[in-house]
Write a protein that binds this ligand. Structure first.
Ligand code: MSP
Length: 663
């Protein structure tokens, strides 16, 4: 009997088009779903849309259409993107599905009948954006503690779920199940949150304020709170989306993937709802980190919301999938930049994996008549043994370890795969098949080397199949492997040496063409369009979605002297400089800033050799938030001139002490 593996993403609000944040969680879920299917698990992967509530009602009103029409219009934007990103979800739920609404009403009625929902008058501070009440102690300076927007005092009669009753049980569950909330830091946050008394949860909204929701079965004047509706999707979907009713089969979920922003609603609201409904709790809720762009939160008014569609059109789906999961540890925040994506593409993908495949296929074509040659099996060669051990360990131990639901270390898994890519390339460099080919006495060795290189690529193809499905297929074809990825290929022990001798290899398209920064079409790949295409050009709302400077009429924004003074520029002296491994652009500098020494990563490696910089007096932005560039921390920025390419760095000829201000 195969093992069930039920994985979910949050259901996304349809108040706007999808961006990289949404793509991130869904890609992560897709990789785990594919990985478990390759291991033979019976996977159910669910994603979908959260269509009710104030945000959606407001977005529809702005577009001057009904909420349902608005949802129907936005739904294809998500579905098409998931197609483009090669998502393999088994179910796509919409909270306007009638079957879902029936389950929500059933849950509400059950809790009401058990007296776990009661009606009460409540006065509190309401945040319209977050659609929730806050207590006096939560609100600071009249602002919502979550989104920092103004809150208003509201007094109204509502229905409450007796969430407070479950506080101790929830704490005990978290303490008894270390894998329940992941990563550990987030688990501690929730335990900390549960140190304060847990309040009952308002689960209704009067229709006088909000009509776009599921009606309470016991009071037609109210709709239910959007989170009660939304969280229920994880169970309701099982009643009607898979081929047969499968709540028994898949519930409890193996893993709910969520962003850290919605961990409390999942770990506290959802868990206590399930306890009250006498349903088992999910095995793991994993909260991942947050992507910023240029160190800032994505928002339309900043014009920095990255559009996954255009990133994929420009750089390819697998480069995007790889970048998101390789660049930042899954539980941590990260900063998105096109430069970093191009860096990864050119170094890890094109120079690493792409090069290994291309040179191996070319060598087999030239020296083995385009067919996988027979190796000498019992080799004592140390290089061969190292390659074999590394490859087997990767599939048998390393990947399952890093990709287990309580760990989810995509970056480490990819790091290990790329360890083998590097070893494969070194193996070819060291064994030099082109030299062996010249010596008739070394033909056996030549064949063994070519076989081993191809076998390494077979293993890499399997290891990458969940992460980069289209690349794996391309490798499969070029190596003539005939792998069927819909089968549980990893469920049996993968043995080194299973690559069939005599299969024909065929050179195909380069896996990852190198990207030349100077020819990149869309510099930022940001979303600039309005939700409602008809209103795109004329929309004049004061809402944050439309900034004063519309994308069609860019004006140079002027800043005040105060704004300029916020940037702390200081004189620095370069003490050391070296190249960042695998990057032809980035240099790592150690800079003396007078009172301190800073490490700064600068994209000036094409213009300067490291030695040229040592001893130079430069200008540094000293109060820039640290950033991570290709795995190296940068604690500032070097001023340089140039548009796309660096023309020159700003240097000072006079003898000025490091740390001196530049104004
Ligand atoms: N509708 C609720 C979720 C209900 S689940 C029962 C919601 N939707 S959302 O559209 O705002 O999407 C939230 C999720 O999208 C986040 O939890 C996260 O998974 C993902 N992300 C949205 N923006 C993100 C970033 N900037 N960075 C990383 N992930 C982000 O909340």
């Amino acid at each position: 009997m195969t093992q069930p593996f039920y994985i979910t993403t949050p259901i996304y609000y349809v108040n706007d088009v999808p961006h990289i944040g949404h793509a991130y969680t869904t890609i992560a879920a897709d990789v785990l779903a594919r990985f478990r299917r390759l291991h033979g698990d019976d996977v159910f992967f669910l994603t979908g849309l959260d269509e009710h509530g104030q945000k959606v009602q407001q977005a529809a009103a702005k577009a001057n259409i009904s909420p349902q029409a608005h949802c129907d219009r936005l739904t294809p934007q998500f579905k098409n993107l998931w197609g483009k990103l090669m998502m393999s979800h088994d179910g796509f739920i919409r909270t306007t599905d009638p079957q879902h609404q029936t389950v929500v009403q059933g849950f509400l009625q059950t809790l009401y009948d058990k007296d776990l929902i009661y009606r009460a008058e409540y006065t509190g501070w309401y945040c319209t954006f977050d659609e929730r009440f806050w207590t006096e102690k939560d609100v600071e300076g009249g602002l919502c503690p979550d989104c920092k927007r103004p809150v208003e005092q509201l007094s109204e009669s509502n229905y409450f779920f007796r969430m407070s009753q479950y506080q101790d049980r929830l704490k005990a569950h978290i303490n008894d199940h270390p894998e329940f909330i992941r990563p550990v830091s987030r688990r501690n946050e929730i335990l900390g949150f549960l140190e304060k008394p847990l309040e009952d949860l308002s689960i209704s909204r009067p229709k006088s304020r909000l009509t776009w929701g599921i009606e309470l079965p016991f009071d037609a004047d109210y709709v239910t709170y959007v989170w009660f509706d939304a969280l229920t999707n994880y169970v309701s979907a099982l009643d009607y989306l898979p081929p047969s009713p499968s709540r028994d089969r898949y519930w409890p979920a193996t893993v709910h993937l969520v962003g850290k922003d919605i961990l409390t609603t999942h770990a506290v609201y959802w868990s206590t709802m399930l306890m009250a409904l006498e349903l088992p709790l999910p095995q793991t809720i994993f909260a991942h980190g947050w992507w910023t762009v240029g160190g800032e939160k994505m928002s339309k008014s900043r014009g920095n919301v990255v559009n996954p569609n255009s990133v994929v059109d420009e750089f390819g789906v697998d480069a995007f999938r790889y970048f998101l999961l390789r660049e930042v540890p899954f539980g941590q925040d990260g900063d998105y930049s096109q430069e970093a994506l191009i860096g990864r593409n050119n170094s890890d993908l094109a120079n690493g994996l792409g090069n290994l495949l291309s040179r191996t296929v070319t060598l087999i074509q030239r020296f083995a008549n385009s067919t996988i040659p027979a190796p000498v099996r019992s080799t004592e060669d140390e290089l061969d043994r190292e390659l074999q051990t590394e490859a087997q360990t990767l599939l048998q131990t390393t990947l399952p370890h890093h990709l287990s639901p309580e760990r989810i270390e995509f970056n480490r898994a990819l790091e290990s795969i790329w360890g083998l890519v590097q070893l494969g390339n070194q193996y070819i460099d060291k064994t030099a098949p082109w030299v062996l080919a010249k010596d008739p006495a070394k033909q056996e060795r030549l064949h063994t080397v070519l076989y081993n290189a191809a076998e390494t690529l077979r293993i890499l193809c399997l290891a990458n199949a969940a992460f980069m499905p289209s690349t794996a297929q391309n490798m499969n074809e070029q190596l003539g492997l005939s792998l069927d990825f819909s089968r549980p290929l990893l469920s049996q022990k993968i043995t080194w040496g299973d690559l069939a001798i005599g299969t024909t290899v065929q050179k195909g398209q380069a896996l990852f063409p190198r990207i030349d920064v100077t020819t990149v079409k869309n510099e930022k790949n940001v979303i600039s369009q309005e939700v409602n295409p008809a209103k795109q050009k004329s929309s004049k709302s004061s809402n944050e979605e439309t900034s004063k400077n519309s994308p069609e009429t860019p004006t140079e924004e002027q800043i005040s002297i105060e704004d300029f003074m916020k940037v702390q520029l200081k004189v620095g002296k370069v003490l050391e400089a070296e190249r960042v491994p695998k990057s032809n652009k980035l240099l790592k500098l150690q800079v003396d800033l007078g009172s301190e020494r800073r490490q700064i990563v600068a994209g000036i490696g094409k213009k300067y050799e490291p030695d040229h910089l040592v001893g130079q007096t430069i200008v540094v932005v000293a109060n820039l938030k640290p950033a991570n560039l290709m795995g190296v921390e940068s604690q500032g920025m070097v001023l340089a001139a140039g548009d796309k390419e660096v023309g020159g760095i700003i240097t000072i000829k006079e003898d000025i002490l490091p740390g001196t201000h530049v104004k």
